[in-house]
Design a protein around this ligand. Structure first.
Ligand code: PLP
Length: 370
């Protein structure tokens, strides 16, 4: 049996998305910046995709900018915000994705703005009272809050509503790394005043190397990539129109059945928790198990016999990660486990589901773990 439980790292492309991408690549090749008919055809494909993404997130198409994915979007947003909106302080957490942490650290260092980390508890839950007290103490100065919606290692889910209310109350900018949640979890950016958000198609059964950033129309940022005037001057470089259309198709498919997929993975997660609790009581759960249904992080007690657990699972046809994708393949403990004080205590196993997983696969994982 082959079981793919590493969907937080990336997902399998949906065949309908792949078919569309292939068909478009075959039919069209004009450069969207060319003014002749072939260029205009490609341009229409891109603008239709932008309208679809914007409609599903309840924002305006002019607020969506296509990029190569989450990492590029985050780097562009952080550099843009720090250099143009010039916050004096940035508030974040130690369990953000490395793309965010490294962008924030580098930009804060270069600009001289102060980076502050919020307290988290042993489950990795962000202390929002601490956020409010920091915002109070920074009273009146320009502040950027950068917190992720879903933690990619733990599956913890942040309340966008609460954080955006605090941001609004203290007139801070709110940037949210929504890479894990967009396309899997309902997000209404029109109703919740987030200033900046991010999407990456390969997390929701689209192609790799394509994503977007959302920039609320109140804010104007400078681009990171310089050159042509593509993406209304926000991202130079010839657009990958087929990938852009494929991203729109993937998000459309995701939204058309989001509730069912959420219920399905919730059932898988519950079954895994129930069986582990009953049959493998030594295994703990890292993070808040009440969070995002697509991710469950298991803490395997460290023994000398299970050092190679990931490799042994791999041999049995079960594919999952020990930490985030970026740290898989290395033996270095993840920064998230370190921040939680769990790095020395257990071996984390991140099980991340998709719409394609089944209860039989969960049973197979538990049987092999036993
Ligand atoms: N942010 C989070 C929370 C992620 O999980 C990832 C990918 O693992 C990224 C950002 C980076 O996205 P991409 O792989 O599209 O560059």
């Amino acid at each position: 049996m082959k079981v793919y439980f590493d969907n937080a790292a990336t997902t399998a492309i949906d065949v309908q998305v792949l078919d569309l991408q292939y068909e478009l690549q075959r039919k069209y090749y004009g450069n969207a910046s060319s003014i002749h008919q072939l260029g205009r055809e490609t341009k229409v494909i891109i603008e239709n995709a932008r309208t679809t993404v914007a409609r599903l997130l309840n924002v305006s198409p002019s607020e969506i900018f296509f990029t190569s994915g989450g990492t590029e979007s985050i780097n562009t947003l952080v550099a843009g915000v720090v250099n143009q909106l010039k916050p004096l302080s940035i508030i974040t957490s130690k369990i953000e994705h490395p793309a965010m942490l490294q962008s924030l650290t580098t930009q804060a260092h270069q600009s001289g703005c102060v980076l502050q980390f919020l307290e988290i508890n042993a489950k990795g839950i962000i202390n929002l009272d601490h956020l409010e007290s920091l915002l109070q103490s920074l009273n009146g100065t320009q502040v950027l809050i950068s917190l992720m919606h879903v933690n990619n290692e733990l599956g913890n889910l942040l309340s966008l509503k609460k954080v955006s209310e605090l941001a609004h109350k203290y007139q801070a900018f709110f940037m949210c790394d929504t890479v894990q949640s967009i396309g899997k979890y309902p997000i209404d950016l029109g109703a919740i005043p987030v200033d900046f958000a991010v999407g990456s198609a390969h997390k929701f059964h689209g192609p790799k190397g394509i994503g977007f950033m959302y920039i609320n129309r109140k804010n104007t940022l400078a681009p990171l990539l310089l050159g042509g005037t593509q993406e209304r001057n926000m991202r130079a470089g010839t657009e990958n129109f087929a990938n852009i259309a494929a991203l729109a198709k993937a998000i459309e498919l995701a939204y058309s059945d989001m509730e069912n997929h959420l219920n399905h993975v919730q059932q898988l997660k519950k079954h895994l928790i129930d069986r582990i609790t009953a049959e493998l009581p030594n295994i703990t759960f890292n993070g808040n198990t009440e969070g995002f249904p697509y991710i469950l992080n298991l803490g395997i007690p460290k023994t000398e016999h299970n050092e190679m657990i990931l490799m042994n699972l791999d041999i049995q046809g079960i594919y999952l990660s020990g930490g985030s994708a970026c740290s898989s393949g290395t033996l270095k403990p993840s920064h998230v486990m370190e921040a939680l004080g769990l790095a020395e205590r257990c071996r984390p196993l991140r099980v991340s589901f998709s719409k394609y997983n089944t209860l039989e696969e969960v049973d197979y994982l538990v049987d092999v773990l036993k």
